[in-house]
Design a protein around this ligand. Structure first.
Ligand SMILES: C[S@@+](CC[C@H](N)C(=O)[O-])C[C@H]1O[C@@H](n2cnc3c(N)ncnc32)[C@H](O)[C@@H]1O
Length: 291
């Protein structure tokens, strides 16, 4: 069932579910990530891709939808700036972000689609996995808001999954075969990430029901290119081309998992535009030109 967009509901989901620590000692939100050691190196290197596209100098980096800065790699993004402005709907996220970043952080509860700052306030902007919580109609406004924040010559790096990945479609048979070969021992414990809006708790086998998701809507590459790309000076590169579902099914220790991911990473480096458009997670860069 399609969930209606309600910004208060998104906020209370993250306050009361997403940013609560589970019995595994991780945020509930991180249960949608592949946290296994076999995938760690690949995921670590993908996280660090953000750093290449921002200047790491100036006074303010805006992190739009920062969450609690849940992964150590996230802290590297604001190296070189005087302050990282962590902006989020969830005050629970921001309290934890302050624990993680201390006095280098400034904390603002606000909506990414209505930013409470004057034009050209930021030296660069990052935003990860947040825009997908906004409805598609009106998404352009959020991009426009981020663009408005940029100083001349600065950049925004925005990461969100595509609704549909041709690469992952091609890999579906491989995923099914691997699911049969490797009886996934984590399958009953960890939910697959939500592909789109989820409104019902998910229970698998004897596993406990996973709390309700919140509003999620994603672009596919074709509509993004038509509706957003021409409005701004935007480029699509790769952040990570495979889904968590793919990683959990296909990548295993003792079966060359780490090695396969090293090859995949190299391919992504060689063909960043191809993997950005066809893979699961693009890295979108917006540049504000110098006049
Ligand atoms: C999936 S989490 C990602 C957090 C962080 N960027 C990360 O990658 O770990 C999405 C975050 O966006 C925040 N969020 C969702 N909609 C928002 C909005 N309209 N304005 C500001 N923050 C929003 C949520 O509260 C949540 O902390």
């Amino acid at each position: 069932m399609r969930k209606e967009f309600d910004i208060q509901e998104v906020k209370s989901f993250y306050d009361s579910v997403g940013w609560q620590i589970t019995e595994d000692g991780v945020y509930q939100n991180a249960r949608y990530e592949d946290l296994r050691p076999v995938s760690r190196e690949y995921i670590h290197k993908c996280h660090l891709r953000i750093n290449r596209h921002i200047s790491h100098k100036g006074k303010y980096l805006l992190d739009a939808g920062s969450g609690p800065l849940q992964y150590p790699e996230y802290l590297t993004y604001s190296q070189g700036y005087t302050y990282r402005v962590c902006l989020d709907l969830s005050h629970v996220a921001l309290l934890d972000a302050r624990q993680h970043i201390g006095s280098h952080g400034l904390f603002v509860v606000a909506d990414v689609a209505n930013l409470p700052f004057t034009d050209a306030s930021f030296d660069d902007v990052v935003s990860l996995h947040t825009f997908h919580h906004l409805p598609l109609e009106g998404r352009e406004k959020a991009y426009a808001e981020v663009f408005r924040m940029l100083k001349q010559g600065s950049r925004a790096v925005i990461v969100n999954g595509w609704n549909h990945s041709p690469l992952m479609d091609h890999a579906r048979l491989l995923v099914q075969i691997c699911d049969r070969i490797f009886i996934r021992d984590d399958k009953s414990k960890i939910p697959d990430p939500p592909k789109s809006t989820e409104s019902e708790p998910i229970a698998k086998g004897n596993a406990p029901a996973v709390p309700k998701g919140t509003f999620v809507e994603k672009f596919d590459a074709k509509s993004f290119k038509k509706e957003i790309l021409p409005q701004f000076n935007t480029e699509i590169l790769v952040w990570r081309s495979v889904s968590v579902r793919f990683l959990r099914s296909v990548i295993h220790p003792g079966w060359g998992g780490k090695f396969l991911l090293r090859i995949l990473y190299k391919l992504e480096e060689w063909f960043p535009h191809y993997f950005g458009e066809k893979g699961q997670y693009p890295l979108i860069i917006m540049k504000k030109k110098e006049e």
